[in-house]
Structures are given as C-alpha cells and as structure tokens.
Design a protein around this ligand. Structure first.
Ligand SMILES: Cc1ncc(COP(=O)(O)O)c(C=O)c1O
Length: 373
C-alpha cells in the first residue's frame, strides 16, 4: 500500500463516520468578523474577557517586539530566557497563591510536562472521564497506570485510589470542563487527595468565573493557559517551588522546546494586570450577566446545547450561521457518541444586543434544545 492510498483510505473512514473536519478562516478582531465573505459574530472563542484585543496587551506586545525582536531563539535553559518570562512567572505565582510558576509553550504542553514529570510506571493517575485531551495524552505518555473515574464521581475515584497500594497517586481534573462548562467537585477532591496523600493536578484553563478552590494542606499543581482568558499564547504551572524546580529539570515539553516569544509573554503580563484590576472585575461581571441571559445559574461561559446525533448538531450550527451567528457543532470523538452539541462560548467582548440575538435564535431553532448537558 502506498502512503497516498493509505491516506485516502483513512480520509474515507473519517468521512464515512461523519467526522471529517476542515479549517475555515475567520477574518476577525474579537468576536466580529467574516467567514467566507459573510459577516458573523462568533460564539466559539475562548477569549472570555476580550483581552486578545485589549489596548494594554497590544501595546505591551509592541514594546516587547521593539526591545527583544520576534523570537526568543532557543529554549529557556539555553539562552531563550528574557526577564519578561520570569517576571510573568512571579506574577502568575502570586495570582495563584503559589510560591512559584513555570511557563510552557501551551497549556497542552504544560499538562504533558506535569503528568510525565510526576507520573511514571510507579504511579497511579486517576483522571476524570471528561478531562481534556492534553491530560489524556499526558497520562499516556507518563507510562503510569491510569484509572478513569466516572465524571465528577468522587466515590468512584475513592475506589480507584484504594487500589494504589504503595504507589504514589495523582488525581487530575479540569476545574471547568471544556465541552460541558460544568465544574469539578473541587472541595471533595481536595479532601480526598489530602486524606490519601494524592497529588492534585488542577487544570484551570477555563476557570475565568471560578471556582476558586481552597487548596490548603494539599499537594497541588495548578495548570493554566495564557491562551484563553489572558488572550495570548502559552501555558503555565503554579505550584510549590520544589515542584517547579523539578519541572525545570525533568519536564521535556519545557526543556526541549523554544521559549515563548517575548511579545506573547509581555502581552500576557498586561492582560493579567487588567484581569486583577477593577477593570477585570467589571469584565467578569459583564461575562456573568451574558451567561445569565443564555443559561441562568450556569457556572461558566461554556454553554453546551446537547442535541444528540451529529447531523442535528451540524444542522443547528448551519441554521445559526444563516443568521450570522457562528456557534460550532461539537461531535465525536471530541464528545461521546449521542451527545453531539452546539458549544456556545460567551465573552465580555460580546455586546448585550449580540447575546440577545443569540438567545432569540436559539429559541427559534426548529429542533427544541435544552441548554445544558
Ligand atoms: C481544559 C484544557 N486544558 C488545556 C488546554 C490546552 O491549552 P492551550 O490551548 O493553551 O494549549 C485546553 C484547550 O483547549 C483545555 O480546554
């Protein structure tokens, strides 16, 4: 079989499963732009506070470009470290109430780095069944035994931890789940980890509106991303200084890759300053109000509208696009078969009128949908 024949066969397999994906360009600033020449408002981005276009972040990136150029030229441990990297790390650590933090190229790389550094053949990694793909891949790469517990089921997790024996154990969870927008039972997870001496790995990529967990007395690695709420690009881990030093020395996705660009990092510093100011509080309040209009009481800006089969989700997404609203259909393998959905992602950058348009369009969809999973 030639490689071309193999690739054609794989293509057909994906097409037959109704899961073929294609990139479409979105020429946009913030949520407004054009797709294929059509003006749309996007409800698909993770730019929860609109910081991708914040003037302070843009100015900081420009200044960093002027001072350091477009790239860092090598890994941090060689000559890629600029002062801006460690400055942001100090600020991230303070924000997350940790003694230290370490930047990674992406949140994806941060999860790989954490799970391969702390997990190994002598470790049990317990992972929520709806965790992000980067956690799934990190656990695989760690060569640890992996126990998958039912979504947010702390009793099931406890029975898995019972099998750890003398091994070190890790509990890893999204704090806000990326396709459902629901929140992990953090207080119970913290209690369980504390009682069992398990390391808690908390992926807070989507935790713009909380939860803000009480992590007292538990060993914890807080994974985050600069690429969503902070509007730039990069990932990080905030933790005890000894854990962070170990990551510097062992985490291959940190060691063997080029340091993030100074412009991205400088922009993230500016975004973090906005987030932690009165302006950030106001942006979060605005976002919370938008969520309340679409799904009252929902804890995050990710709102799933579960429709069932792939075609229903695709049809609903197309119907919304006809109205100038870009809401992606999410299908297997990203979500479980039979739970294809619209994934609405709200931002403080949306106007109240845009959110209203979405609410009206959702109500008009011929297939009645329940907001939520
Ligand atoms: C829960 C979760 N963790 C990690 C990531 C990866 O973050 P990044 O986009 O910075 O690689 C994502 C992104 O989709 C995510 O949803």
């Amino acid at each position: 079989v030639t490689w071309s024949a193999w690739a054609a066969g794989e293509r057909h397999r994906i097409l037959d499963a109704g899961q073929w994906r294609q990139i479409r360009d979105f020429d946009a600033v913030g949520p407004r732009g054009t797709v294929g020449g059509r003006e749309v408002v996007s409800f698909a981005s993770n730019d929860y506070l609109g910081l991708t276009t914040h003037p302070a972040a843009i100015a900081a990136a420009h200044a960093a470009l002027d001072r350091w150029g477009v790239g860092s030229g090598s890994a941090r441990l060689i000559v890629g470290a600029r002062p801006v990297h460690s400055e942001l790390e100090h600020e991230l650590a303070a924000w997350k109430h940790a003694s230290a933090a370490l930047l990674f190229p992406t949140g994806y790389a941060a999860n790989l780095g954490v799970l391969t550094t702390f997990g190994g053949p002598d470790t049990l990694i317990c992972s929520d069944e709806r965790n992000h793909a980067s956690i799934v891949d990190g656990a695989r790469l760690a060569h640890a035994e992996v126990g998958i517990y039912r979504h947010a089921d702390v009793d099931h997790l406890a029975t898995l931890l019972d099998t750890a024996g003398h091994r070190r154990s890790i509990v890893v969870t999204d704090s806000v789940f990326s396709m459902d927008g629901d929140v992990a039972p953090l207080d119970d997870l913290v209690d369980l980890c504390r009682a069992r001496g398990a390391m808690l790995v908390l992926d807070e990529a989507h935790a713009v509106l909380g939860p803000e967990p009480d992590l007292d007395g538990v060993d914890v690695l807080r994974v985050g991303t600069l690429s969503k709420t902070l509007g730039t690009l990069g990932g990080f881990v905030a933790a005890d200084g000894a854990f962070v030093e170990l990551l510097v020395n062992r985490a291959r996705p940190f060691i063997f890759t080029t340091a993030p660009t100074p412009a991205d990092i400088a922009a993230a510093r500016a975004s973090l300053a906005v987030l932690r100011s009165a302006e950030g509080v106001a942006l979060c309040a605005r976002l919370r109000a938008h969520v309340g209009r679409i799904a009252p009481g929902h804890p995050s800006p990710i709102i799933p509208v579960v429709l069932g089969d792939e075609q229903r989700a695709l049809d609903a997404s197309a119907a919304l696009l006809d109205r100038g609203l870009l809401v992606p259909a999410i299908r297997p393998p990203t979500v479980a078969p039979g739970t294809s959905r619209l994934r609405i992602s709200l931002s403080a950058a949306h106007t109240t009128a845009e959110v209203e348009r979405l609410a009206v369009a959702l109500a008009e969809l011929s297939t009645p949908a329940t907001v939520g999973s």
